[in-house]
Write a protein that binds this ligand. Structure first.
Ligand code: UTP
Length: 291
């Protein structure tokens, strides 16, 4: 058994080109799902599994992320004055959720490079990497399952999901063998392969539990696809010295960097809300008409 993982890294320095023009001046991590920015769901997910220290890798134009997790004394003053106590408590809770730190990536040289920027902060302990594009449903238990697998194996654990064969080229893709309950041993990993070159249909989703060995591995990783330093390629290097596992899951992930999935998440999350769900359900029924 290894010690519980306490630190998470959220790389948020990418350009968000799939969501232009919304992301021209607004970080994609700040796009709201109903009334909460995407990155808040990710921070809440981290906190829910016992993470207490979060490092956000930020970049140009990402200041609003820092503002979001900071106290806003002016807003709090007016909420207090207006007797809006519930909203006031909510605003304070956001700033108190976890210890959140920031470091800048400088240039978006790839996800692997973004993770390398966390080295000094993370030090020599296993840690979690969480991508803000991937929102996991709060009831999915994916990260908790990955951390339990990490505690059992002491190894890095990647989130894996089966995808349509035609879509493997959107993901890091793994060759694997079974290793018990939802767990596979990763035998090979390839960044965004052509479907005919994919070793399986299991794609890597945006959650990783990584051992600190990944930092040396990233240093040894040359720029790959798109001229970027790919985390996938660094994981392959890591596999030269350490076992890497995958935790495979089926439900509960939304790729909110993709417009259709973003809409699906927005509707599903709103339907689950007590204050919005019933009225939205009536609207959707009306809008879509009889079957
Ligand atoms: P993506 O390549 O999906 O993100 O990287 P992107 O560049 O922001 O988005 P698109 O594809 O152009 O729409 C996955 C994650 O890694 C972060 C991104 O912010 C995203 O959360 N990332 C990527 C960095 O932090 N730095 C980088 O250099 C690249």
């Amino acid at each position: 058994m290894t010690a519980p993982v306490k630190k998470a890294v959220i790389p948020a320095a990418g350009l968000g080109t799939r969501f232009l023009p919304a992301t021209k001046a607004l970080p994609k991590e700040m796009l709201p799902l109903v009334d909460k920015p995407a990155i808040q769901y990710v921070v809440e997910e981290a906190v829910s599994v016992g993470i207490t220290d979060i490092l956000i890798i930020s970049g140009r134009g990402k200041r609003t992320i820092e503002d979001h997790f900071d106290r806003s004394f002016e807003l709090e003053y007016y909420l207090e004055k207006g007797g809006k106590n519930e909203e006031l408590a909510q605003m304070r809770a956001i700033a108190d959720m976890a210890e959140i730190h920031y470091v800048r990536q400088g240039e978006p040289l790839g996800l692997g490079h973004a993770v390398s920027v966390a080295r000094e902060h993370v030090d020599d302990q296993p840690f979690v990497v969480m991508l803000g594009d991937d929102i996991m449903h709060e009831k999915s238990g994916i990260l908790a399952g990955m951390l339990a697998a990490h505690e059992r194996t002491g190894s890095s654990v990647l989130a894996l999901k089966s995808v349509n064969h035609s879509e493997v080229s959107l993901y890091g893709c793994v060759a694997h063998e079974p290793a018990g309950d939802s767990l596979v041993r990763v035998l090979d990993i390839i960044e965004k392969p052509a479907p005919e070159d994919a070793p399986s249909d299991l794609g890597v989703m945006g959650r990783y539990v990584l051992t600190p060995g990944i930092f040396d591995a990233i240093e040894q990783t040359a720029p790959g696809r798109g001229g970027e330093i790919q985390l996938t390629d660094a994981i392959k290097v890591l596999m030269g010295t350490e076992a890497v596992y995958g935790y495979s899951f089926v439900h509960g992930r939304y790729d909110v960097g993709n417009k259709l999935d973003y809409l699906r998440a927005t509707v599903e999350f709103a339907l689950e809300r007590e204050d919005l769900g019933p009225a939205l359900r009536i609207f959707l029924k009306d809008f879509l008409g009889p079957e």
